[in-house]
Design a protein around this ligand. Sequence first.
Ligand code: BES
Ligand code: ZN
Length: 860
Amino acid sequence: MTFMSKSVARLYTTFQPQNYNLALDLDLDTNLAAGKVIITGKRVGRPSQRLTFHGVGLKVSQATIVRHDKKLGDQTIEVSRVNLQQTLNEVRLHTEDQLYSGDYTVTIDFTAPIQPSMHGIYRSQFVDDGVTKTVISTQFESHHAREAFPCIDEPEAKATIDLTLTTDSGQTVISNMPSASQSEHDNKLTTVFETSPKMSTYLLAFVVGDLQHKTTQTSSGVSVSIYATKAHKPEALDFALDTTKRSIEFFDQYYGVPYPLPKCDMVAILDFSSAAMENWGLVTYREPYLLADPDTTSQSGKETIAMVIAHEISHQWFGNLVTMRWWNDLWLNESFANVMEYVAVDDMFPDWHIFNTFIASEGMSAFRRDSIAGVQSIKTEVRHPDEINSLFDPSIVYAKGGRLLNMLRTYIGEDDFRTGLTAYFEKHKYDNTTGDDLWAALAQASGKDVAAFMNPWLERSGFPVVSVNQTDSQLSVHQQHFLVDPSKADASRIWPVPLLASDSAVPSLLDKADSTTILASSDYVRINQGAVGHYIVHYVQPEHMAWVAQQAQSGELNEAERLMLLSDSGLLARNGTDSLASTLRLLDYYKDETSEPVWDTIALVVADSRRFIDSDPELEDKIKAYLRVLIEKQYQRLGWEPKADESNHDTKLRGTILGLGVYSEYPAIKDKALELFEAYKQDGKVVDSELRGIVFTAAVRFEATDAFDYLLKLEESTNNPNLKQEILGALTATRAPEKGAFLLSRLKDKSKVRQHDVDHWLVLLMRSRYHQALAWDWLRSEWPWIEETYGSDKSYDYFPRYAASALNTPSRVQEYKDFFLPMIGQPSLKLNITLGIEELDSRIAWIQRDLAAVQDFFKA
Ligand code: BES
Ligand code: ZN
């Protein structure tokens, strides 16, 4: 990790690689890879006495440079000195002679570490039947290929790659391309892979281990395989196999350009810093995001897997075939993959009605994050690669970006959107682009000025609140930058807002601050119909708002609109335009609500009110009593037993309702959960897998005999990744201080807690009233270990982010500042610390502002 934020030089401006011939000999006794890379390419730019590649932690033993000259033939240029520039991540080959522009072949012998961390070439271990086994895998995005071999590690530097791996024999060895040949000698296996198409280094990958797999073919003949360790039952691969095949077939059709490689492998890895990574032709996953035990995986578990697969398969085109030129256009990868997840899953599983989930989850996450002053825009300067990790903010680059692309898709229409995309792929395949290239293709297809519509949304942080004032048939609308701290809002910021109004006289686009219209009728108007527009609406007149709420109750508003209405109200409370008590009163109109995504939003509103408990502990019982009434009707409708042929939304809603029932200690729910836990201990079954986590949580929270120890043992002995996750949630629901302390005490024990799960255990304990003090102390006292273990990992900045999400009192906020402010100089933490403080300050102001109103609400 480097503590600098000066721009780094782009090496592609000095050398353009065309091919890497890379051989790695992986040795698990020494944890080293002995490598040789032959790089052919073009020297460009001014002549100098140096050739520079990226490299970190490599040891170079020898390097040669040959210049290819048409007239003079090949000339060897002596390398006089090799120097590793650590802070700049560079391997510099110095020469006595000048290196002029032209064609070169550079050969470098080196060793690279097989690391214990989760990037570069790294190892994971697991115990199967008492035997410890190792899986070697790679994670190169965003700038970790340089930890494996000297290369130009920038997305623009696309080259073909010939990879050869030498490993122990008896292992499965896979990479981006199919293997061309394999040979064995002295207990070693050498695998030569076919030459890849032109690709960026961050997408190279390989995996070596004792793996099982299943294979099928797409209708166009692409070979699809799922790989996992042998610790899983073979059927756990089936759902992913089918979903991957169907996703590729879907995108073949939708993008109108065929899947670019001969095969697509998906592999579940034990230690994995993300959920999944789209390496071209070899997608890697954290186990619970790929493997679905058909007997135990819940509906939500399957949905998550399908979404993640669709996301990564979308990247095989968007990102891999056509790649952003530089990381400032990262959204071209991630925002696109985000919306395409939903488009693909909606096509493959229409009865999941996944677009309502899109609006609920992506919308909520985007608006909440994007209303904090100082948040970055989707398109942001990236000067140093260490800033890239904080750019991958899921709420901005994924959620907000995905919402904006969906807004664009609606704005230009699905047909033109697809036509434009096909043209974009045809024109730029195996190459790099910027956002403008995409806008040009979509503008060509639609005849609309797409850049003018989209750039303001992408280049500015934040979003507008549109206030609506209606008197009879006169409507005035006004847009304004929305922030939780309104004093920091930028008054000059204007977006092109699609009004999507219910009255035909209202202009379709508001591209100035104010607009007044004489309506076609004097009926109350609704704005943002379909909830596709990326802004929130404030109906200023209380009667107008009451009318809209009435429309929600009578079902005039669809699910997406109903949940946006609530979500908008929650945001308006956060910045003091209104109060949380108004949002809670709005819930009166949702008494008959049956939609699962809407209920998720209701649950969030109630969760907001729980933030006030630290200021008034008596509120807790009142909130619980209120909740018990709130869920009554749906509990009666849904009960515990799944109905034959019920919708998947009802299946999931049952989980939401019973989860609220457990929290609020609804007696019948509590009793039944405890009864089901006893039954589970006998036969390992619950009525429906969707409810297993809730049953576990109830058992731990209400201290069913031995529940904690029973589940802990199960967590430690099972290889089922979904089960492990559910148990994680349940164990952290304990109220016993010594149990919370025990869970914290094992976080650093690698044999008990996977590296990638530590932040998850920790944040759940920090959010618990019963363990917050201890967990927050743990984070601070164990910081040296956190920094050492995660300092160069993608998850490093989750720690200040998660801590900010958990704390609710002024004294904690002071502690947060005292602890994190001194670290603000670290480029990978700076953003999340700044936003953490901003978020906490505005939350405290909100709690102080609304406490009395919330107390009043719950008194009644
Ligand atoms: N490319 C990312 C993973 C990634 C991001 C790796 C940043 C290294 C640095 C991948 O496509 C991704 O977006 N993964 C998501 C899952 C997705 C379904 C939202 C993740 O891991 O959270
Ligand atoms: Zn992605």
